[in-house]
Design a protein around this ligand. Structure first.
Ligand code: PGA
Length: 251
């Protein structure tokens, strides 16, 4: 069954005090049983306190990155097993900020995806084109290559335990959302590519849209056939916005 999901990506924001206020408000706004998955992906140092705050509720937590290595002399890195110590259910891999600012290429992203799955953590694999690539007409080529790198290393079966987030780079943090149809077109293309290898895995695959999703555009985005929820940056830091986006999944 295809899961519908809203995941917040806090990026490098927060403090112990701010997180507490935010999580208290989110927990109060999202009570009750629900089929959808709600997740917050937080900076590493807060995993302990976020786990403590959320462990008895219905919002899951995860990290924003991990090392591709299991352990060793990798100063400053955090392994998948360390994320397991804090019961992370999800980890974002290949976010465009990691790709562009920290030089993570498709091969490294694929290794991180495998490292997460090996530890039993579901990777949220981010893919998407830059504005230049869109204008050059190579969006589909870029996305195909991003997925192919993971497919080659991890295989089609791995997509049973993965989430894809389509995030056009030009829409991230810019206030410029892809139109629902633009996002739908690419997300249908992504699903069709997976279906070429295995149609039931493609049917069950959760594909999120990310890039300036707000409370006021979430309903129309999530209404599209191949948009199964969102990966939310800026709006995930504002409790009312995040709660409204989570509720938009139910429309
Ligand atoms: P945004 O970020 O919602 O602030 O555009 C999305 C993301 O980077 O995942």
């Amino acid at each position: 069954m295809r899961i519908r999901m809203v995941a917040g990506n806090w990026k490098m924001h927060g403090s112990l005090a701010e997180n507490k206020r935010l999580l208290d408000a989110i927990a109060a706004g999202l009570t009750g049983a629900h089929e959808e998955h709600f997740v917050v992906c937080v900076p590493y140092p807060y995993l302990f306190s976020v786990q403590d705050a959320l462990k008895s509720g219905n919002v899951a937590w995860g990290a924003q990155n991990l090392s591709q290595y299991e352990k060793g002399a990798y100063t400053g890195e955090v392994s998948a097993s360390m994320l397991n110590d804090f019961a992370c259910r999800y980890v974002i891999v290949g976010h465009s900020e990691r790709r562009t600012l920290f030089n993570e290429n498709n091969a490294v992203v694929a290794e991180k995806y495998v490292a997460a799955q090996r530890a039993g953590i579901t990777p949220i694999l981010c893919i998407g084109e830059t504005l230049q690539q869109r204008e050059d007409g190579i969006t589909e080529k870029v996305i195909t290559e991003q997925i192919a790198a993971v497919m080659q290393l991890a295989g089609i079966e791995s997509f049973k335990n993965a989430i894809i987030a389509y995030e056009p780079v030009w829409a991230i943090g810019t206030g410029k959302t892809a139109t629902p149809q633009q996002a739908q077109d690419i997300q249908a293309f992504i699903r069709a590519g997976i279906a070429q290898q295995n149609s039931s895995i493609a049917d069950d695959l959760t594909i999120l849209y990310g890039g300036s999703v707000k409370a006021n555009n979430a309903v129309e985005l999530f209404a599209m056939q191949d948009i199964d929820g969102g990966l939310i940056g800026g709006a995930s830091l504002v409790a009312e916005e995040f709660i409204a986006i989570c509720r938009a999944l139910r429309h």
